[in-house]
Each structure stands twice: as C-alpha cells, then as structure tokens.
Design a protein around this ligand. Structure first.
Ligand code: FES
Ligand SMILES: [Fe+2]
Length: 459
C-alpha cells in the first residue's frame, strides 16, 4: 500500500472478501465541492445569499461570537435594538469585540474604548480624542436582517447584495414559524443532501429500528427528481389503502430545504399542506455546520398535534434523532438523521461511495451546487430566485392525499404516477399566481384529482 499512491491495489481488491487490508487508505474528500471557507468556490457561492447565522433571542446583553463559513464574527444587539455583525478583532490593536460593552449606539472595545456602530463606522477613539483616524477608517462589518426570530447575514460583495427573499410559507399567516438551530459536526453538503434521499425514510426512519414517524414511510416509494426555477424537487407517490399520498420536497439553491410533514401517514385526504421545515444548512467550517431555520406549525398539516413547539429552539427540535444529545447506546439502537450523517466522516468521501439509482437526486443536487460554484467563480450571477419587493417566492413542497382506489385492470404504478404528475404539474404551474391566491387556486385544483371529485365532474 505504501508504494501504491494511486490506489491500484485497492481497485484490484474491491471484490475480495476479508480484504480490508487493501482498503485501509481513503482517497481525499471532494474538497472543490465541499469546502466553504473564504475564497473557495463553495464559500463564494454561498456568500451571494442571505444566510441565517443565529437566533434573534441569542442577542441580548452580551456580544455573541460565531463562526460562519470559516470566518469568525461578533454579533450584537445594541441598546437601541439594532443588530450588528463585526469582524472580531478591534481595528486598534486586535482585542476581540466579544469582550466589548454594548452601548445605546454600537459596541465598545474593552481594551481602550473604541466604539463601533453596526455598520463598522468608528464612532469614538477615546484613548486619543483628537485623532482623525476614525474618519479615515471603517471596521469590517456585514449587513444583518432579522426575520421571524432568525438573524440573517449577507457576507458577499456589497454590490451584489440581493433583496431579502420572502418564501411563501413565511408570508402565510396560517403558518407559525418557530426558529431553531442544531450545530452538526460534519460537512454541510452531507447534511443538506439528505433532503433528496427519500429512500432513507424507508430504512433509517421505519424498517431498521422501528417506526420513527409513520408506518406509511416503510414502503419503497416511486421516485422522480426534477429541476425547478428555485432548485429541484422530488415527487414520491405512494399507495395508502384507498388513497394516494403524493409528497414533494424542495431544494432551494444554494442551501435551503423544504420538507413535508414529518409524521404524515397518508390516511386522510389533504390538499397541498405545506410541510414541517424551511431550513438552511450553513457551514461553520468545512467539518461542521448549522442546521438552522424554521419548524412550521399549522393545524391543517398536523391535525393531531404531533409537533411540540416548546421543544424547538437552540440546539433542539421536536423530531427524534436530530442531535447528538441522546445516550450513545440509544443512538446505536435507534439512530436518527444526525447519527447517519455525522458518521459518514467529518467530510464524506464521495470517491468511496457506490451510488445507485435511488441516489440520483443527490447526484443532481451535487451537480447543481457545483454549477452554481462555477458560475460565481466565473464572476457571473448564480442561477437563483432573487428576493424582490412585493414578491413571494413559490415553493413546491407539499403533501397531498386523494382518494383513488386500486383498479383491477390498471397497473397501480400508472395510477400513482397519473396522480403524482398531476399534483406536480398543478403545484409548479406559474399561472396559479403567488401567495395566498396561489394557495387557494392549487387547493381547488388538487382537490379535483380525488376520485369522488373526478366522478362528479364526469356526471
Ligand atoms: S484594542 Fe480595541 S480599543 Fe484598543
Ligand atoms: Fe431523515
């Protein structure tokens, strides 16, 4: 092995039983894709978008030091309520502003009293009051935006700053958005790509160690992946007794996911309910990330009240297996998403994977992310949906359950796909408009897919 840097012995012995001797060495991770630090293609791509970096509730009477995309930052809320994001090291002599004093206006360095405004303006240099240095210098700062309990930062070039995007579920008064985050000790890509791996729901969440969400996830679903104007989505139609349950989940590029209702069982008719999550995967550094975003609470989505908003917040969410908090042996017996993803290595090594047909969604995801990185590296605008005043960005994630009993003379997969494709084509139709008008229009159209409605319209 030591004289086999190209891994020829490994390749030759991949089929050999008891052959780990030839497989001990791992190739390197695909760092061109996975790295997200300053000046990397991945970091530059993510920096073209608003990224959530903290909970609003964390910014109280003390500054908060965070690391985002490999860059240390100090966040604070001054006593007039404004939030700021500063380079940690004081422009005078480098003391960290995490030890600074919060003032009515800005943050004051503890060492010699320089006072910084939220945009990096140096307001005072009291150690040398006559100095004009403060008029000739600005401290490093990024813009922040607070939205529904999360603090977002824009860390890209100022001239490329997009409008803050408003997604449909955020603009829907029927949805309660509860912010949370979970620090996760592995690369952001492997946490993010889980959203386009619906087959793990069959095994990890249902068959291997018992049902974590609902038994209806236990059958292998039919599965299609499609690109969309915001990223990509999947369609999984399933039969549940006399009904067909269609789930669509979204990827919103570059690092946002929309996931359906976690406990969905497909037993009752539902028309375009909007799921459980709007969540970002934000790199802390290359080997850790924040799963940060909103749990959505809505009575129509969750009529039995299975969600628990009291359990949603800092390092906590009301879904099993999302943190490393549980006892190790319990995590071994009933592993969750956190255990499956973190244990793929600090950075999953794609060269060691053996992808199959059911993995084509994550292959598509990786390609889209790589394309975005390349476009930004070539100094072009990445493909994405920009925020715009008055614009509500449509997402496609939904659970729809309609009555459609199995028919003796018809291949049931045909029925499943007829309904799955019909739901997807209605939900992605831009002519539905935006916001609440779109929601009502889609509900009306998908309701007509159920058998009684179909029979009625044929009368
Ligand atoms: S190091 Fe901050 S004021 Fe001197
Ligand atoms: Fe999962």
């Amino acid at each position: 092995m030591t004289n086999d840097p190209s891994g020829t012995a490994r390749q030759r012995n991949l089929k050999q039983p008891l052959g780990q001797y030839y497989r001990r060495r791992s190739p390197a991770p695909d760092r061109a894709l996975t790295d997200a630090g300053p000046d990397t293609p991945g970091g530059e791509y993510l920096r073209r978008f608003w990224q959530p970096v903290a909970l609003s509730s964390e910014l109280r009477d003390l500054p908060v030091k965070v690391k985002i995309m490999g860059e240390d930052l100090v966040l604070f809320r001054d006593r007039s309520g404004r939030v700021g994001c500063l380079e940690p090291h004081c422009s005078h002599r480098g003391t960290s502003l995490e030890f600074g004093a919060i003032e009515e206006r800005g943050l004051r360095c503890c060492y010699h009293g320089w006072l910084y405004d939220i945009d990096g303006t140096i307001l005072e240099t009291p150690n040398d009051p006559e100095s004009t240095l403060k008029d000739r210098l600005c401290h490093g700062a990024y813009p922040l935006h607070e939205y529904k309990g999360l603090v977002f930062a824009y860390m890209g070039p100022p001239e490329s700053k997009p409008e803050f995007p408003i997604y449909d579920v955020g603009a829907d008064p029927a949805q309660e958005l509860v912010p949370y985050f979970i620090a996760t000790p592995c690369n952001w890509i492997q946490v993010f790509e889980n959203i386009m791996d619906p087959v793990h729901g069959v095994f990890l969440h249902t068959r291997i160690a018992g049902t974590q969400f609902s038994d209806s996830f236990g059958d292998l679903p039919l599965l299609e992946f499609h690109e969309s104007d915001i990223g990509m989505y999947y369609i999984t139609p399933r039969r549940v007794g006399e009904r067909v349950w269609v789930r669509m989940n979204d990827v919103i590029l570059p690092n946002i996911l929309r996931a359906g209702f976690i406990w969905e069982d497909g037993y009752a008719e539902k028309h375009f309910t909007r799921g459980s999550l709007l969540r970002w995967c934000v790199p802390v550094d290359d080997e850790s990330c924040l799963a940060i975003g909103f749990r959505l609470f809505n009575a129509e989505t969750d009529p039995a009240g299975k969600g628990d908003k009291r359990a949603v917040g800092k390092e906590s969410v009301d879904l099993i297996g999302q943190t490393g908090e549980r006892p190790y042996t319990e995590r071994q017996r009933i592993p969750g998403d956190y255990d499956a993803q973190v244990s793929q290595r600090p950075i999953a090594v794609h060269a060691l994977e053996h992808l199959q047909g059911s993995d084509r969604g994550l292959a598509m995801m990786r390609r889209l992310i790589r394309d975005g990185q390349e476009v930004v590296a070539q100094r072009h605008e990445p493909k994405c949906v920009r925020g715009m005043p008055g614009k509500i960005i449509s997402t496609y994630c939904n659970d729809t359950v309609v009555r459609a009993p199995r028919r003796a003379a018809v291949d049931d997969d045909e029925t499943l796909w007829r309904i799955g494709h019909a739901v997807a084509s209605i939900v992605t139709d831009p002519s539905n408009g935006q916001g609440s008008a779109r929601h009502e229009r889609i509900v009306e159209r998908v309701s007509a897919l159920s058998e009684p409605a179909l029979a009625k319209s044929a009368e």
